[in-house]
Write a protein that binds this ligand. Structure first.
Ligand code: NAP
Length: 248
């Protein structure tokens, strides 16, 4: 996409989403970020981007609620330019542990946020782009867990991200002639709060030894790949799953 449109980034208040919003704005995109529970973090990021001369706004939205995901695009701030990019970044793991111990509520929540939320929001975007005869770009944030399986940690999460990757590949082929590109970035272990939320803040350090580069990633390193896929520099790239995982 060229830099005249808005990129919507779900879960943009912190972590990989916030790093993506910063870099996208610095690259000339208008950005709209969503958050679930932390308005102060989202508003502070919007203020930083605006202070640097960028265009930004934020919205509260639990993308795990199908009604919210389906109506989110109706709530885009009218002052922003038309939507041209969507980054389905919001994602949750549920608590770390063996699959036998995972509750039905955890399985439901992880699938609702990571899979159904991504699908419903993408559906709204592509319907609009197709109706307007305009192209667009979708970048889904998967996880290296989709191919490794995350045994003993969160196999349900790994399965949800495998669904995101299959969705990416199929939708890219379905929409290629419409001028809509669909790709995914598959991060490895990255230094964000997701690990503390899952119950082990020190997980990145614990697993570093099994990463070929022997270190976790930083959120801005993942953002680089996402923003490249959004850009026209990736104009011939669709249906790709780009691993940004230190060799994992
Ligand atoms: P994070 O630091 O935990 O941040 C999660 C973000 O998602 C926050 O902005 C949060 O909003 C938002 N969010 C959570 N639940 C939501 C919901 N139901 N609806 C809307 N937004 C919601 O996570 P992260 O590590 O940056 O992860 C971002 C993406 O990368 C996820 O898809 C994750 O699966 C993927 N990933 C992460 C890693 C890693 O090691 N960090 C590795 C592979 C893949 P609030 O701040 O308002 O709560």
């Amino acid at each position: 996409m060229n830099e005249t449109g808005t990129v919507l980034i779900t879960g943009g208040s912190r972590g990989i989403g916030a790093a993506t919003a910063r870099l996208a704005a610095a690259s000339g995109h208008a950005v709209c970020i969503t958050y679930a529970t932390q308005p102060a973090a989202a508003e502070a990021l919007v203020a930083q981007i605006r202070a640097a001369g960028g265009q930004a706004d934020c919205l509260q939205a639990d993308v795990g609620d199908p009604d919210v995901a389906e109506s989110l695009l109706d709530r885009l701030p009218p002052a922003l330019p038309p939507l041209r990019g969507l980054v389905n970044n919001a994602g949750i793991t549920g608590p770390l542990g063996g699959f036998a111990q995972a509750t039905r509520a955890t399985l439901q929540q992880v699938l609702d946020v990571n899979v159904l939320g991504t699908m419903l929001l993408t559906q709204q975007a592509v319907r609009r782009w197709c109706a307007a005869g305009q192209g667009g770009v979708v970048v889904n944030v998967s996880s290296i867990a989709a191919t490794l399986g995350a045994p003993g940690e969160y196999v349900h999460y790994a399965a949800s991200k495998a669904a995101v990757e299959a969705f990416t590949v199929g939708l890219a082929k379905e929409l290629a002639e419409e001028g809509i590109r669909v790709n995914a970035v598959s991060p490895g272990t990255t230094l964000t709060e997701i690990h503390a939320t899952a119950g082990e803040p020190g997980r990145p350090q614990r697993v570093a030894a099994r990463i070929p580069m022997r270190r976790p990633g930083e959120a801005p390193e993942i953002a680089e790949a996402i923003v490249w896929l959004l850009s026209d520099k990736a104009s011939y790239v669709t249906g790709s799953v780009l691993k940004v995982a230190g060799g994992l």
